[in-house]
Design a binder for this molecule. Sequence first.
Ligand SMILES: O=C(O)/C=C/c1cccc(O)c1O
Ligand code: FE2
Length: 314
Amino acid sequence: MPVALCTMSHSPLMGRNDPAQTVIDDVDTAFENARTFIAHFAPDLVVMFAPDHYNGVYYDLMPPFCIGAAAQSVGDYGTEAGPLDVDRDAAYTVAREVLSSGVDVAFSERMHVDHGFAQALQLLVGSITAVPTVPIFINSVAEPLGPVSRVRLLGEAVGRAAANLDKRVLFVGSGGLSHDPPVPQFATAPAEVKEKLIDGRNPTEAERNAREKRVIDAGRDFAAGVATIAPLNPQWDRTLLDVLASGYLEQVDSWTNESFVEQAGHSSHEVRTWIAAYAAMSVAGKYRVTSTFYREIPEWIAGFGITTAVSIDE
Ligand SMILES: O=C(O)/C=C/c1cccc(O)c1O
Ligand SMILES: [Fe+2]
């Protein structure tokens, strides 16, 4: 069965702190093209790699990776809340293959997910229930992180599992590229924030609003050039896009986690989701990137990219 790929940056600041209309139009066109690509491919199953931002997964138990056999969207930033349409059988099959490959992955019968999953599903396929999905969480914010080579191996193992599903599988990666939104760091957070990072599930409406306002304000300041967060790095972003398109994914193995932060900001670790998706795609053989959109969008605190790819042998 054929496989295909779509990777995209997400940003909850879309629609909340927007850039010029011409930029929005370009992004809308790129998403329209991605949706057309996906509709043409007609996936039976979406296997989605995405991070969390302390909305669903906390330091009370922080796995590097987690496969969901059932998942609930928390509905942060106005994204769709409620259960995803998870293909439980496929999730178990994928988990068995990944574990037997020697990549230790957590497994959940009630995974909680945030805008990292929900926004991507809504933008690409219309809703969190539009297409059966296997959600795979990749920790991209909570130190300590394992080496990025493990993410590549996770992706390959998922790709092998997908090949045995007898389904048209679309791999999706949601996150990145260079960006440094004000997501708290455990090591430097004050005690009361630390507690929320350990066990912050079900915040009050006031708590959620305050948190979201802080990020929206940071987007405004960043676009105005007065924020203290790290700059976007379009050169780093383009290099990553080139590496992913080249098919020689082992190149990322030598990239240290420190180099991600230094060059592209703390949340650049979210590109782990893209690396996993491309690695999954690589299992089916050579692939061709069929579209690439890239734009620096400070208002959304994002080096913002969207790519699609198909197998060459398809
Ligand atoms: O509020 C958060 O936790 C994260 C917000 C954000 C902002 C910009 C780009 C992203 O990928 C984000 O997750
Ligand atoms: Fe994010």
